[in-house]
Design a binder for this molecule. Sequence first.
Ligand SMILES: NC(=O)c1ccc[n+]([C@@H]2O[C@H](COP(=O)([O-])OP(=O)(O)OC[C@H]3O[C@@H](n4cnc5c(N)ncnc54)[C@H](OP(=O)(O)O)[C@@H]3O)[C@@H](O)[C@H]2O)c1
Length: 351
Amino acid sequence: MPKVAIVGATGAVGTEMRRQLDLRGFPVDGEPVYLASERSAGTRLPWKDGEVEVRPISAAAFEGVDVALFSAGGGRSREWAPVAVDAGAVVIDNSSAWRMDDQVPLVVSEVNPEAITDRPKGIVANPNCTTMVLMVAVKPLHDAFGLTEVVASSYQAAGGAGMSGITELLDQAAKLVDVGEETLRAHGAQAEGSVDAQVFSKALAFNVLAHCGSFTEERYTDEEWKLLNESRKILALPSLRVSPTCVRVPVVVGHAIATRLTFAGPVARDVAIEVLQDAPGLVVEDGTGQGDEPLAYPTPLGSAGRDEVFVGRVREDLGDDHSLNLWVVGDNLLKGAALNAVQLAELVAAE
Ligand SMILES: NC(=O)c1ccc[n+]([C@@H]2O[C@H](COP(=O)([O-])OP(=O)(O)OC[C@H]3O[C@@H](n4cnc5c(N)ncnc54)[C@H](OP(=O)(O)O)[C@@H]3O)[C@@H](O)[C@H]2O)c1
């Protein structure tokens, strides 16, 4: 049985990784090693019926570890993943630190599991949460029809920015409820300026921010570049045209993506639905409520706490018979991060 370490065990993703290891019955040798910053050292966190003490990261903490699940930010991954590998561990990393390294596979368990065995650095990267959710729906359509272009607009939850993002959204929402309907309706700029915004650049509560991550000189954000670069790497389509717009919405957990996918030839909705219904890890919720068709489409709130990725609003494009429009939703902390990481650990353990 593998000995497992969780780096970032106190965080939003780390919390879900602890739960997923237990829920999925991952065969952990003894109890896992919980690591975080000095701030959390000594904190006790649950493991099965007991508790495990959180330790600060150190080289000694990786001794004897076979699988190290990292979710403590890029800096920690860059510094400590090679240390864990030197100690004999396979690292599964949730940060962006290693994703675009040629010697590090970037793996979605349903999409390109075969890539995991080729890991010269001993590190496997977990994709960005928005890309991950999108890929689960895109890959089967690509296999069926041959993808040539993706236009994607994300609706990303506060939880994509970690525990502090969730806390900031909830604090702002409570404050703005107190501020009241009239200010929100008639004096929005005053309402927007009245709350503390540290994690996000403006008030997120009762708002929509066309800004996830940091801007680059091309006027896109790093989150948008991740959608482009990681999609190309995961699908092994280095020239895929990707037009990303990443938007933050006042949702606690659950990312949604409205996407237009273009293929090599004409594509029909009914065939696409059959492809999506047969795809692993995907649930189709698609109905207009007209006639005898029930009303069905996925929502981020409805996806929170669910393992699957959901797809709905599947439509043939009105102007291009090579294109489909669809709505893809998934829990950013589960399939978008912790669940996929544990699924990758299962693949490694099965080798
Ligand atoms: N949230 C998502 O939806 C999502 C999805 C995919 C990937 N990711 C990635 O996963 C990673 C963690 O994200 P998160 O959302 O879980 O963030 P988070 O809730 O802010 O948690 C961050 C974790 O990192 C630890 N940490 C911070 N500084 C540290 C240090 N100097 N030394 C050791 N540990 C340190 C924290 O420990 P303390 O509690 O001790 O501070 C905490 O356990 C990030 O790289 C993020 O990009 C997140």
